[in-house]
Design a protein around this ligand. Sequence first.
Ligand code: DON
Length: 319
Amino acid sequence: MNATLSASRPRPGASSSLQAWVESIERRARSRLGGGRVADYIPALATQPADRLGIALCTRDGDLYTAGDAEEPFSIQSLSKVLLLSLALRSHGDALWQRVGLNPSGMPFNSLMQLESERGKPRNPFINAGAIVVTDHLVSAYATPVKHLQDIARHLSGNPAVRIDREVLASEWQHRARNAAAAYLMKAFGNLNNEVDAVLETYFAGCALRMSCRDLAIAFNYLAADGVTQAGGQPFIPPAMAQRINALMFTSGMYDAAGDFAYRVGLPAKSGVGGGIVAIVPGELSICVWSPALDTSGNSVAGQYALELIAEGLSHLRR
Ligand code: DON
């Protein structure tokens, strides 16, 4: 990232051919609307409009290309796990890995099966149990962790209107049994320092953040830019940390379908059950796609297809 990055970036991209390409991908990916189902295990998510599809691309120099419903805020859900991890690694460094593993689980994101036999150490930071341990670090580190999360999401995206959706938060809390079970099990194994309710409240607040594709492509651009944010060009995490987070997204970011997705798309990515997916082309681009209907692993159907088309097109663009 060049040092002259100004506060006015990101800005609409100057390349009309790149803009036309993003729009053509959005049109083609619309053919996949109608497949999959909107998540309904959290009732507040069940009302999401299944016909939406948004795409936003942000280059490391701050050029922004958007198409479709890219400006519409949605529930970021597990995309927050990337933010939680970045913050915890910033404050605790590699000590985090004594409490959370680095390997794919091969299981659904809310599974409890491995947690008992692996003595309360979650497989990775992108399954629910792993993110709950990561959140425990943040609850220890910040006096007002929920406010901190909202502030940092606003800062990284440059959008002061980013907020926590209270209805989604209440719905998550009401249906917290499985996450609470994971948290209590980890507490019993000595892998949770704070009270379960305080950790869950912060974890759910992250899930309930409402952001658009545009916000998210800008906010996560630091993963495409050696840890440097679009928010005034400030370093957020060191380059090696960005590289490692990308590696974890590649191996564990797409639930139990991470291998299939890696084969088809080949980019580090993180998915959320709100239908958002953030993908990174390291050194070049951050991408966010959103379409609420999910496949059986919990990944957006049209969103994954859009990313397949983008990944295919990237090689053409580089020729
Ligand atoms: O913990 C939950 O139930 C959801 N809020 C998790 C969100 C999600 O996208 C699934 N993630 N790993």
